[in-house]
Design a protein around this ligand. Structure first.
Ligand SMILES: [Zn+2]
Length: 431
């Protein structure tokens, strides 16, 4: 092993994006072997490869007395077709590492069905991620406003404040009232409720996160108070389901802008999903291009925008934004498993194009710690291969490659996120 490979295999890796289940779900309702292997993005590849969508859904669905062999049989052929994708490789790694299964078949999976249960004990989720995957800490988006201290380790498992529903214009008066005590009857009280969310959670949240690209265009426009007020009146009258797309968009733009302003005030990075969709058969590429965000980026130069998933397949476009805008950071989260080879090549382009302090190397973007482990390993391998290639062609020295690795795996995140401040606020709220 070269010094560089050793460095990358052992350096602490900050995990800036997960959807991890809490400890209690892992220990009391943890996955069986199929739910573990396929409870991640690989199901999308299986459907694209020709597996029946309902058979794929059954792989991870809750049901009593699940028959592992019978559930895997209908997708076995499709599995053979996706073994080489990034998702497939990660699933194979989980099978090998945690179940001792080298080749996924009806028989091997049925025989190993209970092997993973020993991991589903208190503390194992933390040990797996911290000691085996060597993650420095995780940042989880659980799609909620409250960022309660994690019962397993409050300084390892950090949480994002979700701004998804508000950014898509889905203002829920009952939920806002429950969370803040504010009765939303118009724009003034909506503003008050959003301020209250930040007052309550801004300290212990590590960042703000929105994936409104799944529900609307990323294109943002400044909205006037009167426009937003009319949109909110319509929504309060007809409900979120009853209003048209233009009304939701207007309200979403309004709430997104207020969220960014509060994030600036609370010194929280603002994470935005850009690019590729999970799932199948719906991906309006025009809506998810990162260049749609230019208006927002220009309006809020004091914000720290973290544009996620390298905006795949618009990674070249995103690179130009990162090079140009002072307020853009970029996260390789999920990218290593979507398209490992392009991610490595893109990292090499980044090094010679954009400042090295603006890139984060990893987020697993998954729910089970076993999947996060496999995705972290995949990221380390990708980073090592890319930087090794840079050294091999003589573009950077091995010492410089190690410096780049340290930055993107660990140091950049500590510069951008106030990790110490977040941990202190969580400790205070837990006390
Ligand atoms: Zn995600």
């Amino acid at each position: 092993m070269t010094d560089l490979a050793h460095h990358i295999a052992h350096a602490p890796l900050v995990d800036t994006h997960e959807h991890l289940h809490r400890e209690q779900v892992w220990t009391t309702a943890g996955p069986d072997i199929l739910q573990d292997l396929f409870g991640n993005y690989v199901t999308g590849d299986l459907v694209s490869a020709g597996a029946a969508p309902d058979a794929v859904e059954r792989l991870t669905a809750e049901a009593p007395d699940r028959d592992i062999a019978a559930l895997f049989a209908p997708v076995q052929e499709a599995w053979q077709r996706v073994r080489f994708t990034g998702y497939g490789r990660a699933t194979a790694e989980v099978a090998r590492r945690f179940y001792g299964v080298e080749e996924l078949t009806v028989d091997t999976l049925a025989a190993a069905a209970e092997h993973g249960r020993s991991l589903q004990r208190p503390g194992e989720r933390l040990r797996l991620l911290r000691d085996e995957a060597r993650l420095d800490h995780t940042q989880t988006d659980d799609s909620r406003w409250p960022c309660e201290p994690d019962e397993a380790d409050q300084s390892f498992f950090l949480y994002d404040l979700s701004w998804f529903s508000l950014s898509r214009g889905d203002v829920e008066p009952a939920a806002l009232h429950a969370a803040t005590g504010v009765e939303v009857t118009g724009l003034d009280s909506l503003d008050e409720a959003m301020a209250a969310l930040f007052a309550a959670e801004g300290g212990r949240a590590v960042a703000v996160k929105t994936q409104h690209a799944y529900a609307r265009t990323l294109r943002w426009e400044e909205r006037s108070r009167s426009e937003a007020s009319a949109a909110l009146r319509a929504l309060l009258h007809k409900g979120a389901e009853g209003v048209d797309y233009a009304t939701s968009l207007c309200l979403g733009d309004w709430c997104l802008a207020r969220g960014v302003e509060h994030a600036i005030e609370h010194q929280l990075p603002f994470k935005i999903h850009t690019g590729y969709y999970a799932g199948n058969d719906r991906m309006p590429l025009d809506l998810i291009r990162p260049s749609n965000l230019c208006g927002l980026l220009e309006r809020y130069l004091d914000a720290r925008f973290v544009l996620m998933h390298i905006a795949y397949p618009y990674q070249a476009e995103l690179l130009s934004l990162a090079k140009h805008y002072r307020n853009v950071w970029v996260d390789l989260c999920w990218a290593w498993s979507i398209d490992p080879r392009s991610s490595g090549e893109w990292l090499r382009r980044w090094i010679h194009t954009a400042p090295v302090n603006k890139l984060f190397a990893f987020g697993g973007d998954t729910r089970w710690p076993t999947s996060a482990f496999a995705y972290a390993l995949q990221a380390r391998e990708g980073i090592a291969a890319a930087l090794d290639a840079e050294v091999a062609v003589g573009d950077i020295s091995e010492a410089e490659a190690m410096e780049v690795a340290t930055r993107i795996m660990h140091a950049n995140q500590y510069e951008c996120f106030d990790i110490a401040g977040t941990r202190a606020a969580i400790a205070q709220s837990a006390a």
